[in-house]
Design a protein around this ligand. Structure first.
Ligand SMILES: Cc1ncc(CN)c(N)n1
Length: 234
């Protein structure tokens, strides 16, 4: 029997395996589709098409601006619902670094001559931003919101970390882009988010756990669509 589906004698799922680990094992192919997407692989091997990179840059700037209200709404849920006071500091730190992220996009846009005021959000981006907005609803439970936040950040962290793994041939000018999400601080932030998710879901009802898994999968699918859009799909 697969370890991830191991049941105890009472029939419950083995709680010694953190929930995020069970999902990553169960949905590995889909998850790899996001973190090893052809766009990411093209950055890694140096064959990236710079018009795709510029498209990604402009679209992601729009995305990050929509991401801020979602993170803010998760911060509010954390303040109201979390039983651990350090959770609030984790999310607050993430919010602060989003300010840097927005400024970084502006700087890169001027370097690559991308006019951020004339970027028209593409279909996949519009859908992803709508999804983010739906997550700000009070009906979205804290464990579900924090799951989505973790998944969104983790996909970027793992994708760009992969670009810099041994054997890469990334163009010098994209080194800084990859570092932005590969750096130790961002890695530690993603790890803290994951720990919060696992802790919250350990105490959550089966319904909330299932809902969180559905939203985890939705994030991964939106991320794949976002990369597809960047390489020129719709
Ligand atoms: C689409 C997307 N996903 C995640 C991240 C990381 N904040 C981002 N900038 N853009």
């Amino acid at each position: 029997m697969d370890e991830t589906t191991k049941k105890t004698v009472t029939g419950a799922t083995d709680s010694s395996i953190p929930v995020t680990e069970t999902w990553l094992r169960k949905h590995r192919l889909l998850y790899n589709g996001a973190t090893r997407h052809p766009f990411i692989l093209s950055i890694r091997d140096g064959s990236v098409d710079f018009s795709s990179f510029k498209r990604w840059l402009g679209q992601d700037y729009i995305f990050v601006r929509s991401f801020v209200p979602f993170v803010a709404s998760t911060l509010v849920k954390t303040c109201k619902e979390s039983t651990d006071e350090s959770d609030m500091e984790v999310i607050l730190g993430g919010m602060a670094s989003l300010n840097d992220e927005i400024n970084w996009f502006k700087k890169q846009a001027s370097k690559y001559l991308v006019s951020l005021t004339s970027v028209v959000p593409q279909n996949a981006n519009v859908k992803y931003c709508r999804f983010l907005e739906s997550l700000t609803s009070p009906e979205i439970e804290y464990p579900v919101a924090i799951t989505a936040l973790w998944a969104i950040e983790a996909v970027y962290q793992e994708s760009f970390a992969h670009c810099l793994e041994e054997g890469n041939r990334i163009p010098q000018e994209l080194q800084e882009t990859c570092e932005r999400w590969r750096n130790e601080g961002f890695g530690a932030y993603c790890k803290s988010l994951r720990d919060i998710v696992d802790r919250c879901l350990q105490k959550a009802s089966p319904e909330v756990i299932s809902k969180a898994e559905v939203f985890f999968l939705s994030v991964v699918e939106h991320e794949v669509e976002f990369w597809n859009m960047s390489v020129g799909g719709v």
